[in-house]
Design a protein around this ligand. Structure first.
Ligand SMILES: Cc1cc2nc3c(=O)[nH]c(=O)nc-3n(C[C@H](O)[C@H](O)[C@H](O)COP(=O)(O)OP(=O)(O)OC[C@H]3O[C@@H](n4cnc5c(N)ncnc54)[C@H](O)[C@@H]3O)c2cc1C
Length: 397
């Protein structure tokens, strides 16, 4: 996006890309469909940014989500808007987004298979980059090297290293939008099971630190799904070092008393059946053996023999299924990286370093991240646009 903006402003940008082709991460976004922005209003976009949202006001105003849609439309990429105002290419192909971005770049404006190894800075100004033996001189350098997630796509933290070498502050990095490892093996037994409309609460030292409602997926290592990915990005990362507990309310629409009354009814209607056969109206089949086991009620106990205490404990279990969070999954499974170049080092209008003239950071390398929904790419587009416009304005002076 920075290069496209620069070309439109009459500049001749040079992109140095270490991969053999452009946009390897873009290619895998949105499950190969690329949710490239979100068609909601500015307040909603800001509300979906988890880290440093107010830093984005200026650049989002200068190049909004609607500008992004219009930009791609001009390049022949028609879009469609889906649930949650998520915007995708009409073709459902992320490769079309990459093609659109490359369409107007002059030949030879991208040098592939070339890794930037060092940013050259003198007297508080950037003046070039080194790529091994080769040197490229320029008074303006935009670093858009991404974060640390899915490093096979090329983003392995070089940009953060360049920032540190330049004496800039870099916020510690954590995987974001990522599943949880869970201690209890019941997750593995329920792997593949999706629970819609559950609520979660995360506690640390018995204190609630996060609550949400949504969809959860059990996996062989623990839990995933939208409600968990959001939690990974919205919780203070430090809590994951303290073995927090995940509480799942399987019946959030029913208060404990109401749920207990429902259990009374179910058990009455199935009075001569084994306990394990009484839960199919309440729980998905994959979950029943797990809940039966955790309830401590013998699976073959007849429903009419279940005591009030056993029933109350069962109701409490359904309202509060507890799992021990061991850790976040790693960067290789994280949709984004939390952390990166400290925004205090940058001017929000241009993303230029305050201390080093001509040095810009844009996209995921900066300590700004958002929830799923096209917001992370919007951050990348708006910050890249801001940086390129700033470079262009210098050349027009
Ligand atoms: C599986 C997955 C799905 C996602 N889906 C979505 C989605 O649908 N919508 C959304 O908004 N966001 C999505 N994201 C997040 C989004 O892809 C990123 O936030 C976005 O790509 C960041 O853009 P960027 O340009 O900053 O970094 P990147 O896209 O990571 O690009 C960085 C580029 O810099 C190159 N590079 C790195 N170091 C060097 C070096 N030293 N020298 C030369 N080149 C270098 C890399 O090779 C790479 O091409 C997804 C992420 C993942 C992992």
């Amino acid at each position: 996006m920075a290069a496209n903006t620069a070309v439109r402003q009459g500049l001749r940008p040079l992109i140095i890309e270490k991969n053999e082709k452009a946009g390897k991460k873009l290619y895998i976004t949105g499950k190969g469909r690329c949710n490239f922005t979100n068609a909601s209003d500015l307040d909603t976009i800001i509300a979906n940014i988890c880290t440093n949202p107010s830093f984005m006001y200026s650049s989002l105003n200068a190049f909004s989500n609607y500008d992004v849609i219009a930009f791609f439309e001009e390049l022949g990429l028609r879009s469609k808007t889906e649930r949650g105002s998520r915007v995708f290419p009409e073709s459902d192909r992320s490769s079309d987004v990459i093609k659109a971005l490359l369409k107007n770049l002059p030949p030879k404006s991208i040098i592939y298979n070339t890794k930037v190894t060092e940013i050259m800075i003198k007297d508080g100004s950037a003046f070039g980059i080194r790529c091994g033996e080769k040197t490229f001189l320029s008074d303006n350098i935009i670093i858009a090297t991404g974060g640390l997630s899915y490093s096979s796509t090329g983003s392995d933290g070089d940009g953060m290293r360049f920032a540190k070498e330049a004496g800039l502050k870099v916020a510690p990095c954590f995987p974001g939008l990522v599943p949880f490892n869970i201690r209890e093996e019941i997750c593995r037994r329920m792997q593949g099971l999706t629970l819609k409309n559950i609520s979660i609460d995360i506690t640390c030292d018995d204190r609630s630190v996060y609550s949400d409602f949504g969809e959860l997926l059990f996996t062989h290592f623990g839990v995933s799904g939208p409600v968990i990915l959001s939690a990974s990005s919205l919780c203070d990362p430090e809590i994951f070092r303290k073995r927090p507990v995940l509480h799942i309310d399987l019946k959030p629409a029913l208060e404990l008393k109401v749920l207990d009354a429902r259990l009374v009814r179910e058990l009455k209607e199935n009075s001569n059946r084994d306990f394990a056969n009484c839960l199919k109206n309440l729980l998905p089949s994959k979950m029943i053996p797990v809940i039966v086991e955790l309830s401590g009620i013998p699976r073959d106990k007849k429903a009419n023999m279940i005591t009030k205490e056993e029933r109350t404990n069962l109701a409490c279990l359904l309202k509060d299924l507890r799992l021990t969070i061991l850790s976040l999954r790693g960067f290789e499974e994280a949709v984004i990286t939390r952390g990166g170049v400290d925004v205090k080092e940058l001017d929000p209008k241009s993303f230029e370093c305050k201390k080093i003239k001509g040095l810009y950071f844009a996209g995921e390398v900066v300590n700004i991240d958002a929830l799923t929904g096209g917001y992370n790419l919007q951050i990348a587009w708006s910050s890249a646009y801001a940086a390129a416009m700033s470079v262009a304005s210098k050349s027009q002076r």
